[in-house]
Design a protein around this ligand. Structure first.
Ligand SMILES: [Zn+2]
Length: 139
């Protein structure tokens, strides 16, 4: 499915969830996280937008690590490994399109923020599964 539709669905789900849950403090953070959580499921596809963004971001981190701090190199290599494993190990619309993967990928939000933010980003993640399910009947 087109990444723009996933992004629009994520924005709509987040806006509805934020109005229902009454989130006011960290709405800017949520809107910054929407593209990541709306698109992360497609990291198992070699031609998806999030895969190419992840590859580019990891290569930039690796280059920064080579010239500035080795911490960037470590994070870049780790991110590169995650992207490559996701593309070549998981089948498309497999594990990364599951509720378990969503809980794992949204867990840092629960740790660093609150359950309200977690619920919103989880709904944004779920909007991806719903859109894929509506159009490809995989749910
Ligand atoms: Zn998908």
């Amino acid at each position: 499915m087109n990444w723009i539709i996933h992004l629009i669905a994520g924005i709509i789900f987040a806006a509805i969830a934020m109005s229902v849950l009454g989130l006011k403090e960290s709405y800017l953070l949520i809107f910054l996280l929407i593209p990541f959580y709306a698109l992360i499921s497609d990291i198992d596809h070699k031609n998806s937008k999030i895969t190419w963004i992840g590859l580019g971001f990891s290569l930039i981190l690796c280059l920064l690590g080579l010239f500035y701090q080795s911490m960037f190199l470590n994070v870049g290599v780790g991110l590169l490994a995650v992207v490559l494993i996701s593309v070549f190990v998981f089948e498309h619309r497999g594990f990364t399109h599951s509720l378990v993967f969503g809980a794992i990928i949204c867990a840092p939000i629960l740790y660093y923020f609150s359950f309200t933010e977690f619920a919103i980003v989880y709904l944004v993640f779920y909007s991806h599964l719903l859109m894929d399910g509506l159009f490809f009947k995989i749910l």
